[in-house]
Design a protein around this ligand. Structure first.
Ligand SMILES: *Cc1c(COP(=O)(O)O)cnc(C)c1O
Ligand SMILES: [Zn+2]
Length: 368
């Protein structure tokens, strides 16, 4: 089956075997509709490729088999004994220790299928480590741009996978700009978790797994950290698939969490806007969601609104406390992950929720 990119602003289509990563009108590219079936789960495949019929690969495609490291099928357990309805999905139990492996394995398998030899990417850490690991496994040359303040352990991890690391003076946005220039002017495929829509086809498996692991009894709400929206949008696509397959009759609400010190999506959501204005990053421990100008802001707002969801913020003072509290419960996570809990538990004090809620543990504390 052929897949094509489609611009979400003007509707122009592009071949996925081109190096195009953005529409000539400036719009972001999505995947044009393709047939999926969630109903056929390959039960003897113990990775997210058990959903191969719902992923953008031909049924008899084998390329992913040389690239997968068994990512996916992460555990779901109660937060603690006092909160049986608050469930955590341990998505740092992944080959490179973050949920980004869901998107990276699908994107890199696709790049390999398309015959790509060289990629560039920019990241503040976890996406870079994930793309670097899978690119190396796929035998694709990899160049990653990171901002100067990226944690040394993440940089070390990226380069140990054989990727070339470009450390850019300045902010996360400056690293993105440098990478974009390289992508525009060179002969590389831009393997971006933000721009490339194949990445979101991987992150949607987060929701498929919840559906399967909870025997089809979907939670009331899904609490999701949001910076660039790779998990929020993936979750939304996954829910849409479940709804269209007739497996659920209603989407759980998406409760998206930003850092109070970098909250452009929160600002737009609470003021009723349909687009996100460039915000500022005032500095936050939650570096993984500190995105001042998310490229898919309008899509993120739409997704949250369609699920009847909301956007909340994590109070900065609460993040370090929560990192320690999670460690005492056995979960060694990075502060960005603790911020998701800080935001949600703070919100819960005034807005109790009946029913089950699932929160992801997106990143391991070992890299921080
Ligand atoms: C990437 C990341 C996020 C945020 O994902 P977005 O795609 O930017 O919304 C949250 N937590 C961790 C640990 C991450 O690596
Ligand atoms: Zn366009």
């Amino acid at each position: 089956m052929a897949y094509s990119y489609v611009c979400n602003v003007c509707g122009k289509k592009y071949n996925t075997d081109s190096l195009t990563f953005q529409c000539s009108c400036g719009g972001m590219l999505d995947l044009d509709d393709f047939d999926i079936s969630f109903n056929n789960i390959t039960k003897d495949e113990f990775s997210l490729f058990r959903y191969i019929d719902a992923l953008p690969f031909d049924k008899d495609s084998n390329i992913w088999k040389d690239i997968t490291m068994g990512e996916g099928l992460t555990p779901i357990v109660p937060f603690n004994n006092d909160n049986p309805n608050l469930l955590v999905k341990i998505d740092y139990m992944m080959p490179t220790l973050s949920f980004k492996d869901r998107g990276a394995v699908v994107l890199i398998s696709k790049a390999k299928e398309l015959g790509i030899k060289k990629i560039v990417q920019d990241s503040s850490g976890n996406a870079g480590t994930s793309i670097a690991a899978y690119a190396s496994r796929a035998g694709i040359e990899c160049n990653i741009y990171v901002p100067k303040n990226t944690s040394p352990k993440k940089i070390e991890q990226i380069s140990s996978h054989g990727a070339k690391v470009y450390i850019i003076e300045g902010s996360r946005e400056d690293a993105a700009k440098a990478c974009l220039e390289a992508a525009k002017n060179g002969d590389s495929f831009y393997a971006s978790h933000v721009y490339n829509p194949f990445f979101y086809q991987g992150t949607k498996t987060y929701v498929y797994e919840i559906y399967e692991q909870l025997n089809g009894n979907m939670p009331e709400a899904l609490v999701i950290p949001v910076g660039n929206g790779t998990l929020v949008l993936g979750v939304y696509y996954g829910l849409k698939d479940l709804l269209n397959s007739g497996l659920i009759s209603k989407m759980p609400e998406i409760i998206a969490v930003q850092s109070e010190n970098c909250a452009p999506i929160y600002e737009a959501f609470t003021s009723g806007k349909s687009y996100v204005k460039e915000g500022t990053n005032e500095g936050t421990l939650a570096e993984g969601i500190a995105i001042a100008y998310p490229k898919r802001g309008n899509q993120i707002l739409d997704a949250i609104r369609i699920t009847n969801g909301q956007v909340i913020v994590a109070p900065e003072y609460y993040i370090m406390n929560m990192t320690k509290k999670l460690a005492r419960l056995g979960f060694y996570v990075e502060p960005t992950t603790a911020a998701t809990f800080a935001g949600y538990l703070n919100h819960l004090e005034k807005n109790p929720i009946e029913g089950k809620v699932v929160i992801p543990l997106c990143g391991s504390g070992l890299k921080h």
